[in-house]
Design a protein around this ligand. Sequence first.
Ligand SMILES: [Zn+2]
Length: 444
Amino acid sequence: MPLIGKTIDEKIWNYLKAQGLTDFGAAGLIGNLQAESGLSSTNLQNSFENAPAKTGGMGYTDASYTAAVDSGAYTGFVSDRAGYGLAQWTYPTRKQALLNFVKTMGRSIGDLEAQLGFLITELAGSFPRVLADLKSTTSVQEASDCVLLNFERPADQSQSVKNKRAGYGQAFYDKFAKGSADVMGYTNSSLATVKLISPNKNSPRNKPLDIITIHCFVGQVTAKRGCEVFQPTSKNASCNYVVGLDGGIGLCVEEKDRSWCTSSAANDNRAVTIEVASDTAHPYAVTAKAYAALLDLVTDICRRNGKRKLLWLGDKAKTLAYKPAADEMLLTVHRWYAAKACPGEYLFSRQAAIAEEVTKRLGGASAPTPAPPNTATDFESYTVRVTATNLNIRKGAGTNFHSAGYIKPGVYTIVEEADGKGATRWGKLKSGMGWISLDYAKKV
Ligand SMILES: [Zn+2]
């Protein structure tokens, strides 16, 4: 398989990704290779270069050393303890294995593809735990430290060396991974101690992950019980996570998949949805433990998905029109998509606070603080005139809800608005009879 890419770093990145490393794992490894060799596969350890033999050098350059090893003119490759190649292989056993590997491939000792093949073979054979970490890690720093401490093992393993290598790794991550589809949503939160995967989902999600939608469960359940509710296919609903009343967290639909939670495919393909155990009546309050766990979970979701800011714009139209930057996550609410109180006043009134606190924890710049949104309780009611005869009153906001009778022409008070099937916008009647299509009502 020829290497794919225009530049050396791109070729190495694509090769490592094809081996199943996560973006974070590939970045952590390539950052270490950068520190070792500057990504040059013919790199001879500098202290052995050029210097005359009597001062410990060999009088070789990268190119002349490589050529002499290839031609057989130099026979000290295995035993000279001179660091060489991408990973600066030094020890005789490892240099012998590298030499055997490239010879088997019929390549030069300095061949990039052969060295990458050897790198993966060596990891799989002698450092299987390092390779497993690189295939599962969700942190560049973690990946970089793992390679540094267990694979490269340089003399200097200080924090400043760790940070420097992780910094290289982060630069590769930013260059190659940001915005790519597979950064998004392919890991799950390690905060989830319960895992009960629901069949109610679409796999995988068809949009990058840039929304979090917090729901109220309407019941003070544990995470396990909450997940159980979404197991039957007949339930036709699910969520990515459940936060229980005791602060326990359950994984119900993996982040890579779209849950059926917010009455909107467009929303849920972009969203991680979270059901939080709540009271069963207004304002659907949640326990302090559940709220604390929710903040931890939302922060973790943002962090793993490369987000540094969580934004609450307070309004559906504004949110849908907003194009989030690569490091931004948006909050949406269920009530924008269905005639529901969800997430309930308790959580709805805290959306801005959640955005602010999570952004603070992520170390991002503080989120804009928009004007407080209309809520169901402070929604400014208004009056409309209905002239149509036989206009249906629906039990919910949409033609998919049963009719609750017909409204007579006249003036009515609207106390809430919502989106729904069959009309541009639905309005809730003050009488509590139900909802009418506002397409047939004129503001007065
Ligand atoms: Zn909901």
